[in-house]
Structures are given as C-alpha cells and as structure tokens.
Design a binder for this molecule. Structure first.
Ligand SMILES: Nc1ncnc2c1ncn2[C@@H]1O[C@H](COP(=O)(O)OP(=O)(O)OP(=O)(O)O)[C@@H](O)[C@H]1O
Length: 586
C-alpha cells in the first residue's frame, strides 16, 4: 500500500478496502464457479451411471448373442455334414438308376430279337398266324411300355442330375454364407472387447477427474477459510488504524506533548506498516494459489469434456454393434430357411414314400433260411428267402438284418422327424404278420436305453429340437392321442373312462377328413403334452389299456392296430410366422 507519505494511513487503508472489495468479488465468483462445478459433477455422475448400465446391458446381450450364434453354427455344421452324406447317397441312387436303365435296354433288345424270331415263325407257320399275330401285338405293347418306362427313367435321371447340381450350388452358397457369418461373429466379438476396454479407460479417467475435482474443492475450501482469516485481520487492523488516527489527532491537538510518546506512536505505526506488507505478501500468495486452482479446474473441465466425447463415441459404437448383431441374426434365420428347404429337397429325392424291411432274430423255437445279397446293386436293399428249395428274392429301399439295433433303424427315420418340426406331415407305419416285431420296432422297451423303439426316440428328438428352437423365437404346443383299431372298431386308449375303452361293439368314434387333408377321429381324447416325461406316462397308460383289452379278447390282440398321433403347433412370435401341423402315426 502506498500513501501520500509514510503517515498517510487513511490513503493506505482506502487502497486496502478497495483491494478487499476486489477479493470479495473474486471469492463470490469462485463460490459461484464451485456451485456450477458441483451441479456439473452431479449431472456427469448421472450420465456415467446410465452409460455404465447401458454398457453392461449391451455386453450381456452380446455375450448371449455370441453363445447363440456358436450353438447355431455347430448345428449348421452338423446339418451340413448330414447334407453331404445324403448327397452321396443320392449320387449312389442315381448310379443305381443308370445301371437299371442299362439292364432295361438289354431287356428291350432281347425282346426285339424275340419279336423277329416270332415274325419268322409266323411266315413258316401260316396256320398259327392269327394266334401268333396276337402274341406279337402283346409283345409290341410290352415293348412300348418298356420304352415309356425307359423314357420316364431317363427323365427321372436328368431330374436327379439337375437337382444334384442345384443342391451342390446351394450347399456351396450356404457354406460361404456360414463362413462370412463366422467371420462377422469373430469381428463383432473383437469389437465388443475393444469397446469394453475403451469404456474401462474412460471410466478410470472419469474417476481421476472426479478425484482431482474433490481435491480442488478441498483447496477452494482452504482458500476460502484463509481469505476469511485475512478479512478478519484486515478488520482488526482497520480498527487499530482508526484508533491510531484518533491518537494522532489527539497528539496534533496536544502539540508539544512528550517526544517519547510520539516515538512510541511512530514505532507502532511502523509495526502496523510491516503487518500490512506481510498481509500484502499473503494476499499475493493467495492469488497465486487461486490462479493454480483455476488452472486445475480448467483441466478438470477438459477431462470431463473428453470423457463425454469418449462416452458418445462408445454409444455410437454400441449402436453400430447392435445393428450388426441384428443383421447376423437375420442371416441365421435365412440360413435356417435354406436348411429346411434343402432338407426337404433331399428327402423328396430319396423318395417321399420309402419301404424298409426289418428282420428280427429267430426265436428259440423257430427255424428258417434267410440270406442277403453279398454284393451287387441289391447289397443292403435285398433279402432272399428259401422255401421248398426255391429261392425268392425281394428288394426294398433298405433292409435291416437281425443284428440291426433300434438306434440303426431310428437313424434312418430321424430326418423325417426333423421334417415334422419343419412343418411337414410325416407318417411312419409298421406292417407285418403277428409276432414279426412291429411293437418291438415302434415302441420297444422305453425304460431300457438300447431297446427304446421309434416312438420314444422320435418324441425325445422332437422335444429336444423344439427346446433348441426356442432361442430362435419358436414356441411349440403338442397334443397327443392314441387309439387302437380292433375288428373295425376304434378304441380310445387315453380315455379315462374304462367303459369307453372297452365298449367294443358299440363304437361312438368316426373318422373325418377336413378340407386341408387332415384326418380327425371324433370324440377322441387329445392330451396337451409339454415334455417327454408327460408323453412317456401317457404311453404307459395306453399300454395298460391295451393289455386289458388283450385279456378280454383272449390273446387275439395281435390283430389290433395301434395309432399314436402327435400334433405339433409351432408359432414364431419374433418373426410372426405360424406354420406347423404334423402327424406321426404308428
Ligand atoms: N429286432 C428284435 N430283436 C429282438 N427281439 C425282437 C425283435 N423284434 C421282435 N422281437 C421279439 O419278438 C417278439 C414278437 O415281437 P412283437 O410283439 O413286437 O411282434 P408284433 O409284430 O408286434 O406282434 P403282434 O402283431 O402280435 O402284436 C417279442 O418277444 C419281441 O421282443
């Protein structure tokens, strides 16, 4: 502080008052700034929490999506392998068809030569001409039919070839799409990891900024208390200056009073000046501290802005990932549709109606001579029976020998079960004389793993597959019914009322066909089932109903026919598709 002279305390204190006013304004500004910063921190905390919540949700979604994609990929790979196997089978069948075409050709040539011979005979044997002419006509008809058969075989062969080429192309396309999908999935996974790392970094820098902010707040508090102290000191000194001024005035009035007292006053005045300059130093120091605090506040603001920018960036990346995930899901759905189409095409190529023959092992009291072709086109398709030293050969789509297990038979029909879930109607029908093994093949012994028949195995597969399809948005409802036909009479095997099971003669059930080609039996008990265990207990109940009938019918139950029906209703709520109604009959 500078006065007009050393004794100009008034001037100095006025300057000090001015300076203190400025300091007050500065403190006020600092306080406002601090409030604004506090509000900003609260806002940022809110945003940070929301961002963290959003991030954890996205990470969880990504994880589950990646898991789903893995499962679907594995399934697609399995299906691809089975498609390849089927393709090989179709090619083998095509070769069989070509071979049989060659055989037919030879037969036709042989027939033509025999027709020529007959013509020669005709010229020689004029008396038998009329009869021979008729024979020739007959042979010509046969020849024509054979030619037609040849043409249809050729047509079938070219259709097969076209289908095989088409399937090959589709499978290659499917494989490519699958590879792209796998790559996209891996990319998404890496991207998700890097986004997570960046978010962690942003979070730690945010925490750092918050820490700095808290430290700065503490410093501001300290500065404020120091300023309060300075203000109090200054008030105190002002009081002292006023009293000194009063004393000086008194001294001026009392001129000539003792010089010693004057010296004392001068000393006190010098001390006061020293205190004032010390306070000035202190104020300068406070100003420097205030400047550095401001600087730190600015840096903290910058960090907050950087965190916000980073957060926005992460948010955009998350949205982008979400979009890509949706695209990947769509690709999976398209792949599933294509798989269904190919699966059905392969089954159609194999033949919509196929007949298999299963030979059961001989019982202890039985004897018989059954053999199988050891090589040639009928290998695995033929069976040879010997009766009265005469051999009879039969061919089927496939022959299961005595050693074939329940599993072997199920493998052959398991693809049809998949078709039932894909929305196609399927019927599996066992036919044969009494004791030939129909019940064993269809039902077996469900409680023994190796001896489970086609019905329990099919049901297990249906429930397992429908469970895996839930993740793709499918919901299934299943209804089971079971009836027995004995002597043209229908009996409901799931009816609770015994009399309705055993009413025998008076049948109240009638068979109806609707416009969609579905067959219904009126008043038949239909039970909703949601698990394999539920169906299993129904099968047991039905078996008991059957055995009651068998006792009453005096062991003639072998003449009865049993039909098990499972209706599958499937709806896809995610993609708004309603599809299936299927039957499996036995
Ligand atoms: N593949 C097989 N392996 C072992 N045993 C079998 C096999 N097939 C059938 N059997 C046995 O042969 C016997 C007759 O079979 P099953 O009862 O299934 O005949 P079915 O055709 O259903 O007769 P029905 O028409 O009289 O009811 C049973 O004891 C069964 O366990």
């Amino acid at each position: 502080m500078k006065g007009k002279n050393k004794m100009d305390y008034k001037g100095k204190s006025e300057q000090m008052i001015e300076y203190i006013k400025k300091l007050r304004a500065c403190i006020k500004w600092l306080l406002e700034r601090e409030d604004a910063n506090l509000a900003e921190i609260v806002k940022l905390n809110g945003l940070l929490e929301a961002a963290e919540k959003h991030h954890s949700q996205i990470v969880a979604q990504l994880k589950s999506a990646i898991e789903e994609s893995k499962t679907i990929n594995e399934e697609l790979q399995k299906q691809y392998a089975s498609l390849e196997e089927n393709l090989k089978k179709v090619e083998a069948e095509k070769m069989d068809a070509l071979r049989s075409y060659g055989d037919e050709k030879e037969t036709r040539i042989a027939l033509e030569s025999s027709r020529n011979e007959l013509l020669e005979d005709l010229s020689r044997l004029k008396l038998e001409g009329k009869r021979l002419n008729e024979q020739i006509k007959m042979l010509q008809d046969t020849n024509k039919r054979l030619q037609e058969y040849n043409t249809s075989l050729q047509q079938y062969n070219s259709n097969l070839q076209a289908d095989v080429t088409k399937n090959g192309e589709t499978i290659t396309k499917l494989q490519k799409e699958k590879n792209t999908m796998v790559e996209t999935m891996n990319g998404l996974k890496d991207h998700a990891n890097s986004v997570k790392m960046q978010l962690d970094l942003a979070k730690s820098s945010q925490n750092e900024a918050l820490k700095q902010k808290n430290e700065l707040l503490k410093e501001v508090d300290n500065l404020r208390s120091e300023l309060q102290q300075v203000r109090e000191d200054r008030d105190h000194k002002l009081v002292e200056v006023h009293s000194l001024l009063a004393e000086i005035g008194t001294y001026k009035e009392m001129t000539g009073k003792s010089a010693v007292e004057l010296d004392n006053v001068m000393t006190r005045s010098t001390a006061l000046e020293e205190i004032c300059s010390a306070q000035q130093e202190r104020i300068k120091l406070l100003e420097v501290q205030l400047a550095s605090t401001n600087e730190k506040l600015k840096r903290s603001d910058l960090t907050t802005i950087e965190s916000m920018t980073e957060y926005e960036k992460q948010k955009r990346m998350s949205e982008d990932l979400q979009l890509r995930l949706e695209e990947a899901e769509q690709q999976i759905i398209d792949g599933e549709k294509l798989r269904k189409k190919l699966h059905n095409t392969i089954l159609e190529l194999k033949g919509n109606i196929r007949v298999f023959c299963r030979v059961r092992p001989l019982l202890s009291n039985e004897s018989g001579a059954i053999s199988y072709p050891k090589s040639g086109e009928n290998l695995g398709h033929g069976i040879e029976l010997t009766h009265n030293a005469q051999m009879y050969a039969f061919t089927f789509d496939k022959v299961f020998d005595q050693l074939a297990s329940q599993e072997d038979v199920f493998i052959e029909i398991s693809q049809l079960v998949q078709s039932a879930l894909d929305g196609y109607k399927v019927c599996i029908f066992a036919y044969g004389q009494t004791g030939s093994g129909k019940t064993y093949t269809m039902m077996g012994k469900p409680e023994i793993h190796d001896q489970k028949g086609l019905i329990p195995r099919s049901l297990e597969q249906i429930f397992q597959t429908s469970q895996t399809l839930v993740s793709q948005g499918w919901k299934y409802n299943m209804q089971a019914s079971m009836l027995e036909i004995y002597n043209e009479t229908i009996r409901d095997l799931l009816a609770n009322n015994r009399t309705s099971i055993q009413d025998g003669g008076v049948s109240k059930y009638s068979i109806k066909h609707d416009t969609n080609g579905n067959t219904h039996v009126s008043d038949l008990t239909i039970v909703d089932v949601s698990s394999f265990n539920e169906v299993s207990s129904l099968l047991k109940r039905a078996a008991q109903s059957r055995s009651v009938g068998r006792t009453q019918m005096n062991e003639e139950s072998s003449r009865s026919h049993c039909v098990f029906t499972l209706r599958i209703f499937g709806v896809n709520e995610v993609y708004n598709i309603f599809l299936l109604l299927n039957l499996i009959n036995a």
